[in-house]
Design a protein around this ligand. Structure first.
Ligand SMILES: Cc1cc2nc3c(=O)[nH]c(=O)nc-3n(C[C@H](O)[C@H](O)[C@H](O)COP(=O)(O)OP(=O)(O)OC[C@H]3O[C@@H](n4cnc5c(N)ncnc54)[C@H](O)[C@@H]3O)c2cc1C
Length: 371
C-alpha cells in the first residue's frame, strides 16, 4: 500500500488529513472538482480500492460496515455555484454544509427544504442518503427537489442527468437514481435544487391529536409527535397562520421549534404507510426519544440499551405493512441486520450498479443484499 500511496500522492497531491470519526483508510483524498474526483475513481477502479465518500459524517452508520482503502472527502467542494432566486433554483457543490446553504438562501427568504437540524450534514450527503426534512409533509421528499446532478461514476466518467428546469423527462432519471444511493454509484459532484419561498410567518402549535390536526390544518409544514407531545408546524401569511392556530386550538409559539434528532446507542428509522404512523409509535419498545412524522409514516427512535430481539417484532410488523425498519446507528456486533428483508428489486439494482461502478469499488457491500 505504501507504493500505492506515493503513486496516489504523485497523481493527486498530498493526502488530506484523517477525518474525525471516519474508519481508518490508507488513502484520504479531498478533490476540488468533479473531474478530479472522476480521475481518482478511475485510479481506484484500476487498483480495486474500496471507496467511501465522506460528507459531514452524520449518516455513515447506515448499512453494512465498510473498511475503506480510500476515503473521498467532499469538504473542498463546498461552493454555491449558481443561485437564481427568480427561477427558484440553486446549483451547489456536494460538500457545502446544509446549514451554510440555508443561511445564504434565507437572505432572500428562500429554502431548499433540506433537513431542518442538519448538524454537519452536507448537501451531497443529504442527497446520497435520500434524507428528507420534516417539512416533507408539505413539500414532498428531497428527491423531488433534485433537478440535476453531475456524478463522477465509480469507473471515472463524469455523467450529467436531469436539467435545471422543473420539468424534464428525457433519458434515465439519474437524479432520482443517485438520491439514496449512499455513495454506491459514484461521487455526487454537483446538485441543482429546486427552492421554495419561506412563509412570512411561522408558528408551532401544541395539539392533542395529530390525526385531527392533519384534518383541520391547511397544508401544515409538518405534524410531529415526540415524547414531550404533538406539534403542528405552520407557515404562511400572518392572517393564515393566526386563523389556523386558532382552529387547532392549542398553545401557540412563534417560530418553528423543531425537535432534536433522536441520538443514542441504537437509532432506528421505521417507514410505514402514513396512516400507520400512530401505530408505529405505539409499537416502539420503550424508546429513550423519538420523532414521528404524522402524515408521512416516518418514525425515528433511539434506545440507550436494547436487546436486538426486542426490535424484531417491530421490524416484522413494519415489513408486513409494506414498510421497513432500518438501523441508523448501532454498536459493533449488534445482532440485527441493518436493513431487514432485501427488496425484490435487488437484481435490477445490481445491474444499475454494474453500469456506474463495474469494478464494484463504491461503498462495496453497504446496501441491502450486500450490494
Ligand atoms: C445527529 C443527527 C441525526 C440525524 N438524523 C437524521 C434522521 O434520522 N433522518 C434524516 O432524514 N436526517 C437526519 N439527519 C440529517 C442529515 O441530513 C443526514 O444525516 C444527512 O443526510 C447526512 O449528510 P452527511 O453530509 O453527514 O453525509 P455522510 O454521513 O457523510 O454520508 C451519508 C452517505 O452519503 C454518501 N455521500 C456523502 N456525500 C456524498 C457525495 N457527494 N456523493 C456520493 N455519496 C456521498 C456517504 O458515502 C454515505 O453513504 C441527522 C443529522 C444529525 C446531525
Amino acid at each position: 500500500m505504501t507504493a500505492l500511496r506515493s503513486t496516489a500522492a504523485r497523481l493527486f497531491g498530498e493526502m488530506a488529513d484523517p477525518v474525525e470519526g471516519a474508519p481508518p483508510a490508507d488513502l484520504v483524498l479531498a478533490p476540488t472538482t468533479v473531474e478530479e474526483a472522476a480521475r481518482i475513481l478511475d485510479f481506484a477502479s484500476e487498483h480495486g480500492l474500496a471507496v467511501v465518500v465522506w460528507g459531514g459524517g452524520t449518516h455513515q452508520g447506515l448499512g453494512y460496515r465498510i473498511e475503506p482503502d480510500l476515503l473521498l472527502v467532499t469538504t473542498r467542494m463546498d461552493r454555491i455555484v449558481d443561485w437564481q432566486p427568480d427561477d427558484l433554483t440553486v446549483v451547489v457543490e456536494p460538500g457545502l454544509p446544509v446549514a451554510a446553504l440555508e443561511a445564504r438562501l434565507d437572505e432572500r427568504s428562500q429554502s431548499a427544504v433540506l433537513p431542518e437540524r442538519p448538524g454537519a450534514a452536507t448537501v451531497g450527503g443529504v442527497v446520497a442518503a435520500g434524507a428528507s426534512g420534516w417539512r416533507r409533509y408539505r413539500y414532498g421528499p428531497t428527491r423531488d427537489r433534485v433537478l440535476e446532478v453531475v456524478v463522477a461514476t465509480g469507473d471515472g466518467r463524469v455523467v450529467r442527468g436531469g436539467a435545471q428546469v422543473v420539468k424534464n423527462v428525457t433519458g434515465y432519471d439519474i437524479p432520482r437514481l443517485v438520491t439514496g444511493s449512499l455513495g454506491s454509484l459514484g461521487l455526487i459532484g454537483r446538485v441543482c435544487l429546486k427552492l421554495w419561498p419561506k412563509g412570512e410567518t411561522t408558528t408551532t402549535v401544541r395539539v392533542d391529536d395529530p390525526s385531527r390536526a392533519l384534518e383541520i390544518a391547511y397544508r401544515p409544514l409538518a405534524v410531529l409527535e415526540t415524547a414531550t407531545g404533538c406539534f403542528a408546524y405552520l407557515a404562511g401569511t400572518e392572517r393564515e397562520v393566526a386563523a389556523q392556530g386558532a382552529a387547532l386550538g392549542g398553545s401557540v409559539q412563534e417560530g418553528l421549534l423543531w425537535p432534536e434528532h433522536p441520538t443514542g446507542e441504537v437509532v432506528v428509522s421505521v417507514r410505514v404507510p402514513p396512516a400507520s404512523t400512530a401505530e408505529a409509535v405505539r409499537r416502539l419498545p420503550a424508546p429513550d426519544s423519538f420523532v414521528a412524522g404524522h402524515g408521512v409514516g416516518e418514525v425515528n427512535a433511539s434506545f440507550d440499551s436494547i436487546n436486538p430481539s426486542e426490535l424484531e417484532g417491530l421490524r416484522d410488523w413494519a415489513e408486513s405493512t409494506g414498510g421497513a425498519m432500518v438501523l441508523l446507528a448501532a454498536p459493533d456486533g449488534f445482532a440485527l441486520d441493518p436493513w431487514g428483508t432485501p427488496p425484490q428489486t435487488l437484481d435490477l439494482q445490481r445491474r444499475i450498479k454494474a453500469g456506474f461502478d463495474p469494478a464494484g469499488v463504491m461503498a462495496p457491500g453497504r446496501l441491502p443484499g450486500g450490494l
